[in-house]
Ligand binder design. Structure first.
Ligand SMILES: Nc1nc2c(c(=O)[nH]1)N[C@H]1C(S)=C(S)[C@@H](COP(=O)(O)OP(=O)(O)OC[C@H]3O[C@@H](n4cnc5c(=O)[nH]c(N)nc54)[C@H](O)[C@@H]3O)O[C@H]1N2
Ligand SMILES: Nc1nc2c(c(=O)[nH]1)N[C@H]1C(S)=C(S)[C@@H](COP(=O)(O)OP(=O)(O)OC[C@H]3O[C@@H](n4cnc5c(=O)[nH]c(N)nc54)[C@H](O)[C@@H]3O)O[C@H]1N2
Ligand code: SF4
Ligand SMILES: [Mo]
Length: 757
């Protein structure tokens, strides 16, 4: 079966086979076809079984877990105890009372019939690896015993955590208490790491999440790839439409006519992988024409003379030859930015791991903002403020003997968070290496789809002595686990109070709206149960997480009871939102100034000012594979969500009409993709012929093409971009995995690869 060739070829002679959870017949066989039929012409209530006008008994506060914007809302529960709908909380500045389609469809995470229902353990039956259901006690005893064994043999540092989302904190606390600080999230080396490192080198801090971009008051918003509108981070989308209504100039640089580009005054359909040339040329124009913010730069920045020298030859004519953007457009757009300054935002994006020179690209973005004086200005970047709740008292964490930093082996000097891939490398035994990782917890991240380094992942997983996966759904990652722990969804549990910092300090509560379905449990409960089995009682001085929340809230004069009623609490600011115009600011950089010339990068052996590096181009008959988001899905986590599947059942490959004609491929035809290394997609994907993409690129939405049959709906729908990404361009500064250096061609006849369920 094709799926097994894809995944199992790495598993020869390893101790862990990839198992489809369905192998045990946990209700997997039924309904690929059935689900598909349901979708055609179905309405939302067909999936959730009740309508908008069922009487609502009570509203429970929550914040959304469908993506990491974490909008606060209300779960409306009917008299029969069913969740009827989820709406936004009017007091929440992150959503202003309105959820995005995914947040509204979040009920589907709860009602998805394919959810994980009971703990599962890997066993050998008739000589074959398979899963069987287990009791919680059995699963947790097994995990604790394995952890003790690993720790006694090579120290507690030999355990690592991969996490994304709310559950990460509980397992971080568990590992920290046990003695390991090897905690890695894909949101660093597969997402915003390069952006954060580049901005920190420039301004001493990054834009954090939710971003401190003052979009609603901006007069000019420049989007480099950032596809707000498809990237559905709620507050940003709302603010961008507000800014458009108020007449802001939008400039979008994207090889594809994104939703944002379609709303822009200028769409610059750049040749992919050449953005640094455009950015350098914009810097050149601002300096050359003397239209940068001289007073701001003089007061706040260092390295201007070196920068001026550095960009002197980067004329728009030079950039035109690289980017295909006409010189007069480059000049005109630079003048638009200058005219709006300091109320201008050159948006640093969020998913920044593109071509391996991503810190440098972000540096160029930072420098442009600095020249325009937007950092600290209304309509530019504001200063965030939040309230940190005090941590619930616990014993001091033991000091680990080594940490993720040791797994860098002298590479990636500016990585300031663990790099997923080096934790994986450290999980593969090497002669003489005593800093070995033997056990993983994976919670809330579907590593086989999130991390492009497939062989590394497979080798690492094949070497482990323990792999615990905590998830709500039978995602691909669960098929590699020794133990699968089913978490209840965000609608069925308490979690930490959301205390993100933004324009106003705000707290938001998540509490259960309904009882957990099946035998699912919240992650805080699992982590505590394991902790107690390890004798870590001093770190768990509570029985119920409610005690933690109530204690924390009481420290700042609130209570759990009050938060249960209001959901969201806004607090007054104590510091100004913007800098005082004309007054110098201080920055947390070595010089205390904005570093146009970066001493940090120079000190680490990298170019102190951004340089343009040419990247390989597609060979004849191949097209650059680029990817992004769709408004109704989040990564791979929603592609089985019945409510969201109803809105978008699969992804499609965007193909320019010239290319379609050349290949004689038609709209809605299914094709397979083959990449530069000969990898053919497991499943076919529908063609969308559109002028909205350059002829040298094709585009797909990330998160589809699941190959795990227990995902009854998502299985086999569309193409998984990660499967096609075999060339990973690593950022030497911080280890980010650039994923856009891959090229694909079309296969129109069935290559016989399609797996059968
Ligand atoms: N090819 C490619 N790779 C990418 C990207 C891309 O665009 N293309 N994007 C990158 C980016 S920007 C990011 S941030 C990462 C994201 O990477 P991930 O965070 O790994 O994204 P998902 O694939 O959504 O995986 C989330 C997992 O969490 C599970 N989950 C959902 N809710 C809960 C819950 O309440 N509790 C628990 N325990 N689990 C839950 C889901 O079922 C799923 O298995 O991927 C990166 N990788
Ligand atoms: N609906 C929805 N929204 C989401 C998410 C989601 O899963 N679903 N995920 C959230 C997360 S974790 C993240 S990190 C963000 C990611 O969202 P962004 O940070 O906005 O993502 P980018 O990688 O910048 O965006 C992809 C865009 O880059 C364009 N592009 C591709 N190659 C190039 C190039 O070489 N140059 C230029 N200039 N553009 C290029 C693509 O055509 C596409 O429009 O989205 C967040 N919002
Ligand atoms: S932006 Fe949408 S999916 Fe993300 S947290 Fe808000 S409502 Fe949920
Ligand atoms: Mo991300």
């Amino acid at each position: 079966m094709a799926i097994l060739t894809v995944t199992n070829k790495f598993f020869m002679n390893t101790r862990r086979d990839f198992i489809k959870i369905s192998a045990l017949g946990l209700g997997a066989t039924a309904a690929v076809g059935g689900a598909a039929q349901l979708v055609l012409g179905a309405k939302l209530e067909d999936f959730i079984g009740y309508t908008d006008d069922s009487p609502v008994l009570r509203k429970f506060p929550t914040y959304c877990e469908v993506c990491f914007w974490k909008c606060a809302g209300w779960a409306h529960v009917t008299e029969e105890g069913k969740i009827q709908k989820i709406t936004g909380n009017d007091d929440d500045p992150q959503c202003n009372g309105r959820l995005c389609p995914r947040g509204t469809g979040g009920v589907g995470m709860y009602s998805d019939p394919d959810r994980l229902k009971k703990p599962l353990m890997r066993v050998i039956k008739d000589g074959k690896q398979t899963y069987r259901e287990a009791s919680w006690d059995e699963a947790l005893d097994f995990i604790a015993a394995k952890m003790k064994k690993i720790a006694s043999e090579s120290g507690p540092e030999s355990l690592a955590l991969f996490y994304h989302g709310s559950s990460g904190h509980y397992f971080s606390h568990l590992l920290n208490s046990f003695g390991s600080s090897n905690l890695a999230a894909p949101s660093f080396a597969q997402c915003r790491g390069p952006r954060d490192v580049g901005l920190e080198a420039t301004f001493g801090e990054s834009v954090s999440s939710p971003e401190v971009t003052d979009i609603r008051d901006t007069r000019c918003l420049v989007l480099i790839g950032a596809h707000i509108g498809e990237n559905m981070h709620n507050g940003q989308v709302q603010e961008m439409s507000e800014a458009i209504d108020k007449g802001a100039v939008i400039i979008t640089v994207d090889p594809r006519l994104s939703t944002a580009a379609s709303k822009s005054k200028y769409w610059l359909p750049i040749k992919p992988a050449t953005d640094i040339a455009l950015l350098l040329s914009w810097i050149h124009v601002l300096i050359n024409e003397g239209i940068y913010n001289k007073e701001y730069v003089e007061q706040n920045a260092t390295g201007f003379e070196q920068l001026k020298q550095h960009v002197s030859s980067f004329t728009p004519e030079w950039a035109y030859g690289i980017t295909t953007i006409k010189p007069e457009i480059i000049r005109q757009t630079a003048r638009e930015m200058a005219a709006a300054a300091p109320s201008v935002i050159i948006h640093p994006g969020r998913h920044a791991t593109w071509y391996g020179d991503d810190v440098q690209r972000t540096r160029a973005i930072g420098i442009l903002n600095a020249l325009l004086g937007s950092w600290g200005s209304r309509g530019g970047f504001f200063f965030k403020e939040g309230i940190k709740l005090p941590e619930f008292p616990h014993a001091e964490y033991p000091a680990p003997k080594w940490s993720w930093k040791d797994t860098l082996d002298g590479r990636y000097p500016l990585a300031n968070m663990a790099v997923t891939t080096t934790i994986m490398e450290a999980s593969i035994p090497k002669p003489g290496n005593d800093k070995i990782i033997k056990g993983w917890f994976v919670s809330g991240t579907n590593l086989p789809i999130a991390i492009p380094n497939k062989e590394l992942f497979a080798k690492a997983v094949g070497s482990l002595e323990l792999l615990v996966v905590v998830d709500t759904m039978p995602m691909e990652i669960t098929g590699y686990a020794d133990v699968v722990l089913p978490e209840c969804t965000y609608l069925e549990r308490y979690d930490d109070v959301r205390d993100t910092a933004h324009r106003e300090p705000t707290l938001a509560l998540r509490m259960p709206a309904v009882e957990p379905m099946y035998e699912t449990k919240p992650a805080w409960w699992m982590a505590r149960e394991i902790g107690l089995r390890l004798g870590l009682d001093a770190y768990y001085q509570y029985k119920d997480f409610k005690e933690v929340l109530d204690w924390q809230l009481k420290q700042i004069g609130l209570s759990l009871e009050e938060m249960q009623k209001i959901g969201v609490k806004k607090m007054p600011r104590t510091k100004p939102v913007y800098a005082v115009p004309g007054e110098p600011m201080t920055f947390k950089t070595p010089s205390g100034k904005i570093e146009l010339y970066s001493s940090v990068l120079e000190g680490a052996g990298f170019p102190p000012m951004p340089v343009y590096t040419p990247h390989p181009e597609p060979q004849e008959g191949f097209y650059r594979l680029i990817y992004g988001r769709a408004p109704m899905h989040t990564f791979s986590r929603t592609s089985n969500n019945p409510n969201l599947v109803a809105l978008m059942p699969e992804n499609a490959v965007w193909v320019n009409p010239q290319v379609a004609e050349l290949w004689n491929i038609k709209k809605d035809q299914y094709v397979w993709l083959k990449n530069q290394d000969g990898v053919i997609s497991t499943f076919p994907v529908k063609v969308r012929v559109t002028e909205r993409i350059r002829w040298d690129s094709v585009y797909i939405v990330h998160g589809f093409g699941h190959h795990h049959p227990p995902l009854k709906y998502a299985y086999g729908r569309g193409v998984n971009d990660t499967e096609m990404i075999t060339n990973v361009m690593v950022d030497p500064v911080m280890g980010g995995t650039g994923m856009r250096g891959n090229f694909v061609t079309f296969i129109t006849e069935n290559p016989g690869k399609e797996a059968k369920a």
